[in-house]
Design a protein around this ligand. Structure first.
Ligand code: OGA
Ligand code: MN
Length: 208
């Protein structure tokens, strides 16, 4: 991927967040690099390193709330594909900090695989009483996704009006970024496996 593409995408993300609090960008990462990330997700899955996700502070395993399997990424042993992701996210973090003075301090990110039929019910990415997560992002890894495959990310544009939402197809290379505190969202069930990398930019917590 050329760095000017990344630079342009990041500028658009900053503008969109300033105007509406969220951004949806096609081809944030080139298709060859997305393919390498998808391959990594599949090999983690084969190795048994994708684990049933938990929810909330109590770490309850609750597959009715969310049915995905996840693997937390570690910068210290990232492969080449993961490094491409982490480098792009570092550039985004710096741009967001410069534009909004958010003082974003660290990124936590995981691969996610939703088996067919799995979803994630409507939620906010900030747990009750914890607000370190400031910015949420999702990068999709699914080649040739069709509308009829389902699996849309449903983003509610108004916390108090559930009739106002947009549905985003999880097409490979697409990046969604939003203010974690402001947008309820859910993952609709898909009829094929659905892969992504979710990342949260956090501020430093006083009690951790
Ligand atoms: C999450 C989430 C949305 C998506 O992991 O918290 O809401 O589209 N993911 O994968
Ligand atoms: Mn979420």
């Amino acid at each position: 991927m050329s760095s000017s593409n990344l630079h342009n995408s990041i500028s658009t993300i900053i503008e969109n967040i300033a105007q509406q609090g969220y951004s949806v960008i096609e081809r944030f990462i080139s298709s060859e690099e997305i393919e390498a990330m998808a391959k990594q997700a599949k090999s983690l899955q084969s190795a048994g390193e994708m684990l049933q996700a938990t929810t909330g502070v109590a770490k309850l395993e609750n597959s009715t709330l969310r049915g995905d399997f996840i693997h937390w990424m570690e910068a210290s042993n990232a492969n080449a594909a993961e490094m491409v992701y982490l480098n792009a996210m570092t550039a985004l973090q710096q741009a967001i900090n410069q534009a909004f003075f958010l003082g974003l301090f660290e990124l936590e990110s995981h691969f996610a695989i939703y088996p067919p039929g799995a979803g994630y019910q409507k939620h906010l990415d900030q747990f009750i009483g914890k607000s370190e997560r400031k910015i949420s992002s999702i990068l999709y890894l699914n080649d040739d996704w069709k509308a009829e495959d389902g699996g849309q990310l449903r983003m509610y544009l108004d916390k108090n009006d559930t009739t106002r939402f947009i549905d985003i197809t999880p097409q490979a290379g697409k990046m969604v970024v939003f203010l974690s505190s402001d947008f309820l969202h859910e993952v609709l069930p898909a009829n094929r496996e659905r892969m992504s990398i979710t990342g949260w930019f956090k501020v430093r917590s006083l009690n951790s």
